[in-house]
Write a protein that binds this ligand. Structure first.
Ligand SMILES: Nc1nc2c(c(=O)[nH]1)N[C@H]1C(S)=C(S)[C@@H](COP(=O)(O)OP(=O)(O)OC[C@H]3O[C@@H](n4cnc5c(=O)[nH]c(N)nc54)[C@H](O)[C@@H]3O)O[C@H]1N2
Ligand SMILES: Nc1nc2c(c(=O)[nH]1)N[C@H]1C(S)=C(S)[C@@H](COP(=O)(O)OP(=O)(O)OC[C@H]3O[C@@H](n4cnc5c(=O)[nH]c(N)nc54)[C@H](O)[C@@H]3O)O[C@H]1N2
Ligand code: SF4
Ligand SMILES: [Mo]
Length: 670
């Protein structure tokens, strides 16, 4: 038996863990690492399921090739032979854009593998890159880029001096955060509530709301309205000279929010007058605040507006990049503060040819267009990398038919899932315990600048190979040297990680020695974002957003909203549950009064209808949810909520984001 320190890479919380391994390299246990500076011994049931997941029956051990209805285990050589031939002919006949990739959650946690996979697509010359960013949170890079010229400034609560914190449409006690990592959430949030003040704004009285000093439950989709009112009121308090010095567009912003008077806000948000006035007073009392959103607002039709007005509120109150407000974590490895990037205007590129009305941003096409691209014959070979397109993307029926139509569907994963069942080729890649890693980009989501590095805990089992190796080898077959002269067969994980660390605080060799340490010198270091800003500072009123605000319509009467559950992460562990044998049920939460009115009781089967599709789910009356709202989790293969969503209806014109929150639905008895 031996023990090894590592960190969990199931979700962005990156909890420090100690893994116990027996003499045959069987992973027998995981416990929280008490010495880890952020997680301090905390783990959740998913992290503790890593041993069970590592040895689960659905883990992939061999490359698989589809032969008729069956999969046949084959060698890597045979797999590469086959892919070389098929990809070359797709490219020759239909051009480079006919080869695409969809990178999901699993890829986000394997930055070395993801980097080589993306380089392969670039070398082929394809623009057909899709990632889960466009179904999760494109409003965040959009608003960051439009307002600061940089697409990925991530505001982080200043927990050294906790002040007023607003959590809007995020439930970190269960999710451990959206683009902000919340390991050990109860302890940290309680401290913020005690030493500062914590407000949760969510139509459900969530697990997080229970820890808060105050909870407001607005009508879903209306967050931009109460935020617009706060901006209007706090603009009156702002030191105008100082504000005009740090930002442009003050007058345009004031004009945009001029119509948000209190009466209108009360009527449209369903919040009451006094609670709104209390919130305004709280911001005035603290002077500054830090606010974070989550999927409740980033997946709504008004996503961009909510994010914009939240950013504007920070800038008006001088809360960004200031002590007592929010700071921007540059990331220990990502080293955002060390980069030299000209501020961009944030304009979009032309979108995919089958959906010309959709934009392309940050070098990717919106996932909403994937079915169209396949149906039109533009996309013929698709790599699905650390993702489960079938459970995560909209309109399951249409997407499944499209995926079946592909010449090549190549799934690179650690386990089988609903998408690999449709694949032509399945590539078994090394899982998180079988590879060395540094967090890249996810380091910017952490509450401090923290050095993280892990060695592989056990060697890859069976025929599993590191993802960087798989794509580098495939690159070689197609004539591309993706590792700059390094032979993938001779290379180590560290060789693949090193290029990621060029902007790191320390070179990889030193980073390894400091793994698990917080860099106190640059934790909550303020002011660096100014160096990267456009002339004139923050852009308070980007024209695209002002225009969108003018056109926004009222949210639906009965709407579907998403929620995270503790024992699965998207589709991971949804079917198996956690190692304690418990599994989350995909029930639909309905307010008891709504249930009574509609004639449902607990345990009844109800038909949920939306976008011309239906899904039958078990009703769970729940006091914690607002009336007029029903909540359904995602990630389930058999009861897949994305049967109800659409890649065509109400897709956001600025980002191509699919609406997953605030979907108009109807309920009827089965
Ligand atoms: N256990 C677990 N953890 C996860 C995941 C998981 O599946 N399971 N998934 C991971 C992923 S990929 C992500 S992106 C993050 C997401 O992390 P979060 O964004 O924190 O996700 P949720 O817990 O669903 O919280 C969304 C909240 O928004 C509320 N809401 C819905 N509509 C509205 C609205 O219009 N306005 C407001 N103000 N609130 C609204 C919902 O009631 C819900 O409580 O979680 C990650 N962590
Ligand atoms: N209706 C609705 N739809 C949603 C959401 C919602 O709230 N409502 N949430 C959306 C959100 S926030 C997201 S992020 C997307 C998620 O969308 P996806 O990323 O497409 O889905 P996941 O289920 O997270 O798939 C992750 C895959 O990574 C694999 N994996 C795990 N570890 C590794 C590894 O080390 N390497 C590799 N290569 N693979 C690995 C897992 O086995 C799994 O198959 O879904 C979105 N879809
Ligand atoms: S919260 Fe759970 S899943 Fe996320 S990193 Fe920590 S242990 Fe892993
Ligand atoms: Mo996500």
């Amino acid at each position: 038996m031996r023990e090894q320190r590592s960190f969990c890479r199931i979700c962005p919380a990156l909890c420090g863990i100690v893994v116990t391994v027996d003499d045959d390299d069987r992973v027998v246990g995981v416990r929280g690492d008490r010495d880890h500076p952020i997680s301090q011994g905390y783990t959740c049931p998913k992290g503790r399921s890593l041993p069970a997941f590592h040895h689960a029956d659905n883990r992939l051990d061999h490359p698989l090739l589809r032969v008729g209805d069956q999969f046949e285990p084959v060698s890597w050589e045979r797999t590469f032979d086959d892919l070389q031939r098929s990809l070359s002919s797709v490219i020759a006949d239909h051009g480079p854009d006919a080869v695409g990739a969809y990178l999901g959650t699993g890829a986000a946690f394997d930055p070395a593998g993801r980097r080589i996979a993306r380089k392969l697509l670039q070398s082929i010359g394809s623009r057909s890159l899709y990632t889960s960013t466009t179904v999760d949170t494109p409003c965040k890079p959009l608003v960051s880029e439009l307002m600061s010229g940089q697409p990925m400034l991530i505001p982080v609560v200043d927990e050294q001096r906790p002040g007023l914190t607003l959590l809007i449409g995020s439930n970190p006690v269960v999710s451990h955060g959206h683009l902000n990592a919340w390991s050990n959430p109860r302890t940290r949030l309680r401290r913020i509530a005690e030493e500062g003040e914590l407000w949760v704004i969510d139509p459900r009285r969530t697990e997080t709301a229970r820890l808060a000093n105050r909870h407001l439950a607005p009508t879903p989709g209306t967050d931009y309205i109460w935020l617009g009112w706060l901006v209007r009121e706090l603009l009156k308090d702002a030191d105008e000279v100082a504000l005009r010095e740090r930002a442009s567009g003050v007058d345009e912003l004031a004009a945009a929010v001029a119509g948000f008077d209190l009466e209108r806000v009360v009527e449209q948000t369903g919040l009451d007058r006094q609670e709104l006035l209390d919130l305004l007073e709280a911001i005035r009392r603290h002077g500054r605040f830090a606010g974070q959103t989550g999927t409740g607002t980033t997946m709504a039709e008004s996503a961009n507006l909510t994010e914009w007005l939240l950013w504007a509120l920070h800038i008006v109150t001088d809360s960004y990049d200031r002590p007592g407000g929010a700071w921007f974590n540059p990331g220990y490895v990502s080293g955002f503060d060390r980069r030299d990037r000209e501020p961009s205007a944030g304009s979009a590129q032309p979108g995919p040819p089958s959906r010309p009305e959709l934009p392309s941003r940050w070098g990717e096409y919106p996932c909403a267009a994937m079915s169209d691209e396949i149906e039109s014959g533009n996309l013929r070979a698709l790599f699905v990398i650390g993702a489960n397109a079938v459970t995560s993307l909209p309109d399951t029926e249409r997407l499944t038919a499209a995926l079946e139509q592909l010449d090549l569907l190549v799934v690179a994963d650690v386990a089988t899932n609903e998408t690999s069942e449709l694949a032509t080729h399945v590539l078994p890649v090394a899982g998180q315990l079988e590879r060395a890693d540094v967090p890249h980009f996810i380091d910017q989501m952490q509450p401090a600048v923290v050095a993280q590095y892990t060695d592989a805990v056990v060697p890859p089992q069976a025929e599993r190979r590191p993802m960087w190796w798989v794509f580098a080898k495939l690159g070689q077959r197609l004539g591309f040297d993706l590792m700059r002269g390094v032979d993938p067969d001779e290379a180590s994980d560290d060789d693949a990680i090193t290029p990621l660390t060029v902007t790191a605080q320390r070179p990889l060799s030193e980073l390894k020695e400091h793994a698990g340490e917080v860099d106190l010198a640059s934790w909550a270091e303020f002011g660096w974002s100014e160096r990267l800003m456009p002339d004139g500072g923050w852009r308070l009123a980007p024209a695209e957003l002002v225009e969108q605000l003018e056109q926004m319509e009222a949210p639906p009467r009965l709407s579907l909203i998403p929620r995270r559950q503790l024992r699965h992460l998207n589709s991971q562990l949804a079917a198996s549950g956690t190692e304690d044998g418990r599994r989350d049920p995909p029930h639909v939460l309905v307010h008891p009064d709504d249930a009574r009115e509609l004639g449902f009781e607990a345990g009844d089967l109800v038909r949920v209808r939306a976008n011309g599709h239906a899904l039958e789910l078990v009703v769970e009356p729940d006091e914690s949810i607002r009336r007029g709202v029903v909540s359904v989790p995602h990630g389930f293969g058999a009861l897949n909520v994305n049967v109800l969503t659409s890649g065509v209806e109400s897709v956001d014109p600025l980002t191509g984001m699919v609406r997953y929150s605030g979907v108009p639905v109807e309920l009827e008895p089965v």
